[in-house]
Design a protein around this ligand. Structure first.
Ligand code: F6R
Ligand code: MG
Ligand code: MG
Length: 364
């Protein structure tokens, strides 16, 4: 059977109000554009949503990963929506469109991409996670728990189809190299790297037999632009059930609002709060960082109706914990570890201050 490709491509093309949420005209325009592409037969199906100020295009097609035509479709949608954002004078209109014209692949041009091509199973449940006010390292902890931690995923112990473990592909974002680790046998080596969430990013996860299970966006905007232009606000998706983690095992790590980098000015640590799409409106101190999740049952490449997976009272406690942690972290004001260390700050007046006062330092 011909493989289906799931491409989740996102960009911040303007916020309403400030960086807090999405103006309804943007997704409406994106849907209009993608409907044309669907009629033209280039994409099988699409779902447009948002997380905070990020516009999310979830698309299925037969083109495989890195398909130029699909990436061009996404780029053109973001360009059209940038036009809408400019007309509405939305904040940061075109923020993530870092290049003037499309050149073959949206990677390295601003938008974030997570893609996999796979053979659709008898039933194919997929969960798509989208985050705002954080960086791609935010997925390391939940992906590790989903695929390697038996205290999270009981299937690793009691489902014979999962007992062999999984293979993690990790990107060294500084050197631009990848490495694979097999779990459970190399879990300590894996953790030695992925605990450093600023540099080492879980890019994909597959079964030991090579069946792809999960993919995340690992683009870092500041590396592309050479300066801070907005947080990466990453996406990630996971195939579920029948030898892969169950839907509930994939959602479970988000019951713990772990600390991630991002939040105000991309320069703070704060809890990642799991929310419904409606609640994906980071407001307090431009946050706290949010994660949403839409679930799909693929059907011959069609996405069908999405389910808003965090729109559930079983995540109320996680939201409440995240709010408590947000208060605790905020009490630190401009002090670390709430504020990031100088080398990780996305905005900084520090060099100017150092230049101005350096003559006042006396040797001891
Ligand atoms: C974080 C983010 C916001 C902005 C902040 C200042 O990812 O987007 O917290 O950094 O609102 O924005 P500017 O510098 O555009 O005034
Ligand atoms: Mg923004
Ligand atoms: Mg954003």
């Amino acid at each position: 059977m011909e493989k289906v490709t799931l491409s989740v491509i996102k960009a911040d093309v303007g916020g309403h109000v400030g960086h807090s949420a999405m103006h309804p005209k943007l997704p409406a325009r994106a849907r209009k554009e993608l409907e044309e592409s669907k009629k033209g037969g280039k994409i099988l199906d699409y779902c447009v949503t948002h997380c905070g100020d990020d516009l999310e295009l979830i698309m299925t097609h037969r083109g495989g990963v890195d398909d130029e035509e699909i990436h061009k479709i996404a780029w053109d949608v973001f360009m059209a929506c940038t036009g809408e954002a400019k007309a509405l004078k939305l904040y940061g209109a075109g923020q993530d469109m870092l290049k003037d014209s499309f050149s073959g692949n949206v990677k390295g041009m601003g938008p974030g991409v997570a893609e996999l091509a796979f053979t659709e199973r008898k039933s194919e449940p997929v969960l798509v996670f989208m985050a705002d006010k954080t960086a791609p390292g935010a997925w390391n902890l939940p992906l590790y728990k989903i695929f390697a931690d038996p205290f999270n995923t009981i299937g690793l112990i009691i489902d014979p189809a999962m007992h062999d473990g999984f293979t993690f592909e990790v990107l060294d974002a500084k050197e631009g190299k990848t490495i694979e680790f097999n779990t459970p046998e190399e879990m300590y080596d894996l953790l030695a790297y992925i605990g450093s969430t600023g540099r080492y990013l879980i890019k994909t996860v597959k079964t030991k037999k090579g069946e792809p299970c999960a993919a995340s966006s690992t683009q870092k905007l500041s590396q592309i632009a050479g300066k801070y232009v907005g947080k990466d606000d990453p996406v990630c998706f996971v195939r579920c059930q029948s030898g892969m983690p169950a839907v509930g095992e994939v959602l479970e790590p988000f019951s713990f609002p772990h600390l991630v980098t991002g939040w105000m000015r991309g320069s703070h640590n704060g809890p990642l709060m799991p929310v419904s799409v409606k609640q994906a409106t980071p407001s307090r101190f431009d946050g706290p960082p949010r994660v949403t999740c839409l679930g799909f049952q693929l059907n011959e490449g069609m996405l069908g109706d999405p389910r808003d997976m965090f729109d559930d009272p079983s995540f109320d406690q996680a939201r409440s914990m995240a709010n408590k942690q947000a208060y605790y972290m905020r009490m630190h004001g401009p002090f670390e570890p709430h504020r990031l260390p100088p080398e990780d700050l996305e905005y900084t007046a520090l060099p100017q201050i150092q230049e101005r006062v350096k003559h006042r330092f006396k040797p001891v």
